[in-house]
Design a protein around this ligand. Structure first.
Ligand SMILES: Nc1ncnc2c1ncn2[C@@H]1O[C@H](COP(=O)(O)OP(=O)(O)OP(=O)(O)O)[C@@H](O)[C@H]1O
Ligand SMILES: [Mg+2]
Length: 261
């Protein structure tokens, strides 16, 4: 039997209580296999980021069942690494020191880092090398391009070897060429580490290029209106984006999302 890492069973989630409550997610049922790459797409405000907050334990469900690694989620999970649209690197720290930051904050690494700093530093440098940032480890974020900063922020999310990498619009602020470069960097990281990835994106081509499974969410309150298995073998080459098969999947997903004129 395939091992399920994340399981949501009829999960709903709201912000606030009573009359002021805003239902963000309604009756979502989905599961994520270990090593699977899923993408979540849907209109702005439909609950994509909320779904991430739920799965990472940053926000509790209103109803339904949520389990990660077979256990109910009761609080923030350490087995999750996150990166967002803005890299949020600290300008006064070098690249490598930015990547070590989570280890300085979160236990049990916090107690170990002072005696094992060299070992962790080597790990951070290896990660930076794997995303093409060799030679930039001692540079400050403001000495890097936007795409390089995003690469570094993905490294920071991976430093504690999370089970799940959660990426919320990580390439949203980049130009089309840099974005495609980073798709390939992310594809390679996932292939090397076999990490489970949940990618939230507005970009349907990005979702279809990278993911095994794409979930389309409806307008708020967000429900899963479509689960699309992308049956193109992974890892994929950028050439695949020009094929009819790829474009047909993108069109099908587009037709599921409102606001088309
Ligand atoms: N902190 C909050 N307090 C109250 N309501 C919130 C809060 N955060 C989000 N919401 C509501 O929940 C809904 C879902 O928000 P969420 O941020 O998950 O959407 P999203 O799909 O990530 O949108 P976007 O694509 O614009 O990032 C929104 O419509 C918003 O009204
Ligand atoms: Mg969002």
């Amino acid at each position: 039997m395939t091992e399920m890492l994340v399981e949501l069973d009829n999960v709903s989630m709201a912000y606030g209580k009573g009359d002021a409550a805003v239902l963000a997610i309604e009756d979502v049922t989905l599961s994520i296999r270990k090593g699977e790459f899923i993408a979540v797409v849907g209109p702005s405000g439909c609950g994509k980021s909320s779904l991430m907050k739920l799965i990472s334990g940053l926000h509790a469900p209103l109803s339904g069942k949520l389990a990660v690694e077979g256990k109910p989620v009761n609080g923030p999970l350490k087995s999750v690494g996150m990166a967002f649209q803005a890299s949020n690197l600290l300008p006064w720290r070098t690249c490598v020191d930015n990547i070590l930051l989570p280890l300085e904050i979160v236990q049990p690494y916090r107690s170990k880092i002072s005696s094992n700093r060299a070992e962790y530093k080597k790990k951070a440098e290896d990660l930076l090398h794997s995303v093409g940032l060799k030679g930039f480890t001692e540079k400050f974020p403001w000495q890097l391009s936007g795409g390089m900063q995003q690469r570094a922020s993905i490294c920071r999310a991976l430093i504690h070897e999370p089970e799940i990498l959660m990426l919320d619009e990580p390439f949203g602020a980049l130009d089309a060429f840099t974005r495609e470069e980073l798709w390939c960097a992310l594809r390679d990281i996932q292939a090397q580490r076999q990490v489970t990835v949940m990618l939230v994106t507005h970009d349907l081509r990005e979702a279809v290029f990278l993911a095994d499974t794409v979930y389309v969410m409806s307008d708020r309150p967000g429900k899963v209106v479509k689960k699309c298995n992308v049956n193109i073998p992974r890892p994929r080459d950028l050439e695949v984006t020009y094929t009819q098969e790829f474009q047909d999947i993108v069109h099908e997903l587009r037709s599921m999302i409102g606001g088309k004129h």
